[in-house]
Design a protein around this ligand. Structure first.
Ligand code: GLU
Length: 466
């Protein structure tokens, strides 16, 4: 690999950044960062009907959220038409391109004719030697070699060879004066100094065409790598139901960006059997080799597992800062990071995303009157006997001088021992009384968080249920 590595990510702003695009962006970013090179963004906004500024903004926001910083300012294709046209003019001047007056209907008929003969449908080169000039309805076509092969060594798929007979004199400037997509991409990648083009393999058929344009312009051809698309868990095209979602939706669901990055990188790249990578490790290991040529299937459970891992290992203040907006959304706008930092350790082991974590705080942040009691837990635990124990525990707790974890734990134990009970006779009713459901954190943690007054209020409320 050459020492200078310059990559780019070139999204079309026709929608939010999806996980397939995000994975491509991560690969390009990692390759540049690994080699100490540069990583650029190019907004391919030439489809005026479908491109929207709000999607560009959203893509940039998702890139930032993922931690993928780019060099310089993003480049917008719509601002570069003159650059592309100058290249087309150069090709016309050097005889590598020619004007074509064939109408779309004529070209369709040529394709039909070829197809009928069992040949590849293509333009038959009618205007190739006509020396036509500019004119109403004239497009410009590239004069490709008559015979030969286009060969390139794909970083992912290995050597790819395409016979020239598979290609035709492609249009490089349409009759309306607009350069075509492949023309623009070549001019941009060259002008931006791109050395490595990593992209989805839906573009693999564009690459031989782009190589022919590079050659006609006498420009160095970059290295190409085409990553296979991400499949659904059923190994079919990834559908919305199976996770073909926008990065922003994962963000809104409470995923951590480092979990999504780690997950997406492993979907198509490996380093031994290591599963969990810090960003620094990824940058140090990712050199563009070990990219998988076989399509990988999306596994939502593994993503959740990774996310749970990152949530457990995040420093508490960082976790609290990230969780607080979700707590606000869950209906507790007054909760601040300090409060969230108190609650997070009680629930973080059991939550697999920030949203679930925030939701789990609900019974502790609501007041006694708003605790929602699960009816089957109430029926099971708050029986007559259960309620008697709730009352009993309440009586000893209200006398506690220092109402903290150690003391509440001690009196709860004493209540069990002094009355010759088993903990499972006392724990569940107290738990349901305090939280409204079975399960959840260690009871003394819950009581210490609620404080004496609120604990007593909830226990009394449950004692009086029937
Ligand atoms: N704009 C293209 C896309 O979104 C990217 C093309 C390329 O990377 O060359 O698929």
């Amino acid at each position: 690999m050459s020492n200078r590595v310059v990559t780019r990510f070139a999204p079309s702003p026709t929608g939010h950044l999806h996980i397939g695009g995000a994975r491509t962006a991560i690969f390009c970013w990692l390759l540049a960062r690994h080699f100490g090179g540069e990583f650029y963004l190019r907004i391919e906004d030439t489809d005026l009907e479908r491109s929207r500024q709000e999607y560009t903004d959203s893509i940039l926001a998702s890139m930032r959220w993922l931690g993928l910083d780019w060099d310089g300012e993003p480049v917008y294709q719509t601002q570069r038409t003159a650059l592309y046209n100058a290249a087309v003019d150069r090709l016309l001047e050097t005889g590598h391109a020619y004007w074509c007056s064939c109408s779309p209907e004529e070209v369709d008929a040529m394709r039909e004719e070829a197809r009928a003969k069992g040949l590849k449908p293509r333009y038959n080169g009618k205007c190739r030697e006509q020396n036509l000039g500019a004119g109403e309805g004239h497009c410009v076509r590239l004069k490709i070699p008559a015979v030969g092969k286009v060969v390139f060594d794909d970083m992912v798929k290995g050597t790819i060879a395409v016979d020239i007979s598979e290609l035709d004199d492609m249009v490089i400037r349409r009759a309306d004066g607009m350069p075509t997509y492949n023309m623009a991409v070549v001019v941009d990648d060259n002008e931006m100094g791109i050395t490595h083009v990593l992209r989805g393999d839906d573009h693999v058929s564009n690459t031989p065409k782009q190589i022919l344009i590079y050659e006609a312009l006498g420009l160095p051809v970059p290295r190409f790598g085409h990553v296979p698309m991400i499949l659904g868990p059923d190994r079919q095209k990834l559908s919305k139901r199976h996770g073909a979602r926008a990065v922003i939706e994962y963000e809104q669901d409470g995923l951590l960006p480092q979990a999504l990055v780690n997950y997406l990188v492993r979907l198509g790249w490996s380093h031994g059997d290591q599963e969990i990578f810090s960003l620094e490790e990824l940058v140090s290991f990712f050199d563009g080799s070990s990219l998988n040529a076989a399509a990988a299937a999306f596994d939502p459970e593994k993503l959740q597992w990774l996310n749970a891992h990152y949530m457990r290992h995040l420093p508490l203040d960082a976790l609290a800062a990230l969780t607080t907006p979700f707590v606000h959304q869950a209906g507790f706008p007054q909760a601040d990071e300090a409060l969230v930092a108190q609650l997070a350790p009680l629930f973080r082991e059991r939550a697999s995303n920030l949203k679930d974590l925030a939701t789990a705080f609900t019974p502790l942040l609501s007041d006694a009157a708003h605790v929602s009691y699960d009816s089957s837990a109430v029926a099971k635990a708050l029986t007559e006997e259960g309620r008697a124990h709730v009352t009993g525990v309440c009586r000893v707790l209200e006398k506690l001088e220092v109402f903290d974890i150690a003391n509440t734990e001690r009196v709860l134990q004493e209540y069990v021992t002094d009355n010759a009970l088993k903990f499972k006779q006392v724990g569940p009713p107290v738990r349901v009384a305090l939280l409204g459901y079975m399960g959840g954190p260690h009871l003394p943690d819950v009581m210490a968080f609620l404080g004496r007054e609120e604990t007593v209020r909830r226990l009394e409320q449950a004692s009086n249920m029937k």
